[in-house]
Structure formats: structure tokens, C-alpha cells
Design a binder for this molecule. Structure first.
Ligand code: TRP
Length: 462
């Protein structure tokens, strides 16, 4: 392992890093709006099943590969499986570039939300007019600037190493974010739209689930847990040998899922309670996080005036701890493989990413050709949506599928015993080992394959 690689400082370092990576815009921004588009209920069930059957075993598998090899994904697969398998690592790096490219654009919106909230907190809240959000995202120059700022922040933290910056910050900020979310859930439960929101989220009606929703639920399980591209391999490589991979993986999965559901409860309750919010999001559910929440905070919630700006700083941090994990995969490869200095690797990694961000930033209304660009059909127009769809629903599941095949069928099985199994006195292996082995060999790959095959051979390509 290269001397330059950063190590997490504390024993809980992994939990902080991994949940920081997992919890982000995927939970607060993306999950609520894709759940909305897929009509709730049944989509949520499919998502939860995917998290348990696919997410948990792959989370365990990635951490295991990282901790065993102590390397970035490309070199890790190379070491444990040989050069052919390292292609999975390369696919992961490419996927990371794509995701970071558009993620930085959305993350940039937290900056303007923070500024608006400061303004509202000082001068009083005026609900944005219908269409205001569309105008904002269509402002190309502003979008270019915001994504640049966000990538620069990410690069700044990465170039310094992560222990002193992000680890220390996430330790304080993530618990505060959690508390504010809990507070908002409790307050939202007092609103009249509560019952409607709950039945939207929790009463499944499978006839309401569009066929593409199943792929989208599986893809989102990968996205929200940061799986399928090696982020958890990278973070697992910093994990203390004494920690239980099984427990840590389960904890990250649970925290991430709770936060995603909480975000839906909050947002839908407001949408069903406050008619003006429904109007303002109607054209742009993509903007839910940025339109509905300020309304709740300023009009319904005690101390909302103080909490609103704080909340968007925290969302920004949640996004930052995710962009860091994405950039770190790219940077650690450049350092280990190309022997670059951390500074140079950061500059090249972030610079390349920004090229992708430029196309995404201008695809929200600013440049027609980019905004109407479409491969996956209606509802997914524009470079940003297209890349999101491509990365989450195709690249991550395919990467994940190969990870399950590698760990379940090709990797030296003694490694699994060493990392997640314990031997009983009679020489047999314990329950955790057997269960993991069954999931990673059969359940997870079959589930992913079934979804991929049904999409390829079904009519529905979106
Ligand atoms: N999981 C993060 C979120 O939900 C995004 C993210 C960070 C990610 N690292 C990743 C997604 C790696 C896929 C792969 O916001």
C-alpha cells in the first residue's frame, strides 16, 4: 500500500466514512422524487427488498475486498483475482467519474438554498413562484459556477487528506443532521397531510408500479448505499481488522434506509398538507428538496427560521461527504497506479470530472441540444438525467453483479472465512459466514440478473 494513502483516525472511522458516503443527496433529494414518480408503495417495497437481498451482501463483499487487499478497487481486484478482474475496478472508476460529474451540479444547489434561507430568515419568507425553480436550474452560468464551487470544495478536502477535515467534520455534522431530520419528522406528523403521506409511502399497489420502476429501485439501492463502483472497497481498506464487517455493513445499510424513508415522510406530508407547495413542485419534482422543505421550515415549524439555513449547510455536508468518497476512488487510483502526488492526482481527477459537470450543468434548460438529449425516453431527457439513469441503473448494477460473482465464485473462499466467518469449536463455520455465502453466491446475483434480463428482453427500456 502506498505511503500516501490516508487512514481513518478513530476506530469508528469506518462507520463515519461509510455512512457519510452513503447518506447524501441520494437519500434527501433523489429517493423522494423517484419514489414520487413511481407512485410510492410498491416501489418502496421493491427498494427495501433490493436493499436487503442485494445491498447488504454487496456492502459486506466490498468491505471485505477492501480490508483484505488494503488497496484501491483496481489494484484490489488485480491482487485477489488477477488482471482480468481488475476491469471491474476500471468500470468502477469510470462510473465514479460519471456520478460525480452530475452529483456536483445538484450538490451546488445546496449553496443557493443556503443563501436564500439566510435571506428569508433575515427579511421574511415569501414562497417562490411557480416556475422559479425551473428558471434557476436553467441559468447556465450560475449552474457552471455552483458545480465548480462544489467540486473545488471536494478537491480541497481530498488534497489535504481526509482525516483532519472530513472525518472531524462529519463526526459532528452528521449527528446534527440526524437530529434535525428527527425533529422535522415529528413536526411533520402534526400536519393534516400525514395520513395521505403514509398511505402513499406504505400501502403497496403493484398495479401502480411502472415496469421500469423495478430496475430503478434496484439501481437506487446501489446508488444510495454507494455500492457497485468500489467506494466501499476503498473505505473498507481503511478499516480496523478488529471490527466486524458484518455489523458495520448492517449499520450503514440501516442508517441510510431510515434516513431515506424519513425524507419521504417529511416531504410528502408537506406536499399533501400545503396546497401551494403542490403547485410549486408540480412541474419539477426533481426540486422537491429545494422547494418543499423551506416552505415547511418557514411556515409550519417552530424555530424553522433558525433551522432552515443550518439545515442546508448540513445537506451540503452530507453531499460533500459523498462527493469525497467518489473523488477518493479516482484519486487513490492515480496515486497508487500512476504514482502521482496527492495534489496532482486531485487536480487531474477533479478537472476531468468538471468536464462532465459542464455538460450536465448546461442540460437543465440552458442549452437546448443538451437539455433535450435523450436515450432513455420521456422523463429522462437531458445529459444530467441520462447519465444518472445510465450510471445508477446500468453501470452500478453491472459492477455489483461482477462483484458478487467474483466474491461468491472465484475469490479464494478462505478470505471470506478470515474476514467474516468464525470457526466453531467443532471446526464448522458459523451462521454469519453461511448466510453471507448463500446470499453472495445465489441470492444477490440471481436477483440482479433477473432484473437486468427482464429489462433487456422486456419492452420497457427506460
Ligand atoms: N450514496 C451517495 C448518496 O446517496 C452517493 C454516492 C457516494 C455514491 N459515493 C457513491 C453513489 C458511490 C454510487 C457510488 O447520495
Amino acid at each position: 500500500m502506498s505511503q500516501n494513502r490516508e487512514q481513518w483516525g478513530s476506530r469508528v472511522g469506518f462507520i463515519l466514512a461509510a455512512s457519510g458516503s452513503a447518506i447524501g443527496l441520494g437519500n434527501l433529494w433523489k429517493f423522494p422524487y423517484i419514489t414520487w414518480h413511481n407512485n410510492g408503495g410498491a416501489f418502496v417495497i421493491v427498494y427495501l427488498i433490493a436493499v436487503i437481498l442485494i445491498g447488504w451482501p454487496i456492502m459486506t463483499a466490498e468491505i471485505l475486498i477492501g480490508r483484505k487487499s488494503q488497496k484501491n478497487p483496481v489494484l484490489a481486484f488485480d491482487e485477489l483475482g488477477g488482471s482480468n478482474w481488475s476491469l471491474i475496478g476500471w468500470l468502477g472508476v469510470l462510473t465514479g467519474l460519471v456520478i460525480l460529474g452530475y452529483y456536483a451540479v445538484i450538490a451546488g444547489w445546496t449553496i443557493t438554498s443556503f443563501i436564500s434561507c439566510m435571506n428569508w430568515s433575515m427579511n421574511g419568507y415569501t414562497a417562490p413562484e411557480e416556475g422559479a425553480f425551473g428558471e434557476f436550474i436553467g441559468n447556465g452560468k450560475l449552474q457552471l459556477l455552483l458545480s465548480f464551487i462544489f467540486l473545488a470544495l471536494t478537491a480541497g478536502v481530498i488534497s489535504k487528506g481526509i482525516k483532519k477535515g472530513i472525518e472531524r467534520a462529519t463526526k459532528i455534522l452528521m449527528p446534527i443532521l440526524f437530529l434535525i431530520i428527527v425533529y422535522m419528522v415529528i413536526m411533520a406528523l402534526g400536519l393534516p397531510g400525514r395520513n395521505e403521506a403514509f398511505s402513499f409511502i406504505f400501502s403497496p399497489d403493484f398495479s401502480n408500479l411502472p415496469p421500469s420502476g423495478i430496475l430503478e429501485a434496484v439501481g437506487h439501492a446501489f446508488f444510495t448505499l454507494s455500492l457497485g463502483m468500489g467506494a466501499m472497497i476503498t473505505y473498507g481498506s481503511y478499516m480496523d481488522k478488529k471490527e466486524s464487517i458484518f455489523k458495520n455493513a448492517a449499520l450503514v445499510v440501516i442508517l441510510d434506509t431510515v434516513l431515506a424513508i424519513a425524507a419521504c415522510v417529511i416531504m410528502y406530508t408537506i406536499i399533501f398538507s400545503v396546497p401551494s407547495v403542490k403547485d410549486s413542485i408540480s412541474g419539477s419534482t426533481v426540486g422537491m428538496l429545494f422547494i418543499t422543505l423551506p416552505n415547511l421550515l418557514y411556515t409550519e415549524i417552530p424555530f424553522g427560521t433558525i433551522l432552515a439555513p443550518v439545515f442546508y449547510i448540513l445537506v451540503g455536508f452530507a453531499a460533500l461527504s459523498s462527493t469525497i468518497s467518489l473523488l477518493e476512488v479516482i484519486v487513490s487510483l492515480l496515486i497508487d497506479k500512476m504514482k502521482m502526488s496527492r495534489q496532482k492526482a486531485t487536480l487531474i481527477g477533479a478537472g476531468t470530472t468538471y468536464v462532465i459537470s459542464i455538460f450536465c450543468a448546461l442540460s437543465l434548460g440552458a442549452v437546448d441540444a443538451l437539455s433535450s438529449f435523450s436515450i432513455f425516453g420521456p422523463g429522462k431527457e437531458g445529459v444530467l438525467s441520462t447519465l444518472d439513469h445510465l450510471a445508477s441503473n446500468w453501470m452500478l448494477p453491472v459492477g455489483g453483479l461482477f462483484i458478487t460473482i467474483f466474491v461468491g465464485w472465484f475469490m479464494d473462499q478462505k478470505i471470506i472465512q478470515d474476514e467474516v466467518g468464525k470457526f466453531n469449536d467443532d471446526g464448522s463455520v458459523n451462521f454469519t459466514y453461511n448466510m453471507f455465502k448463500f446470499f453472495i453466491r445465489f441470492i444477490a446475483p440471481v436477483a440482479i440478473l433477473a432484473v437486468i434480463i427482464s429489462v433487456i428482453f422486456g419492452k420497457d427500456f427506460s
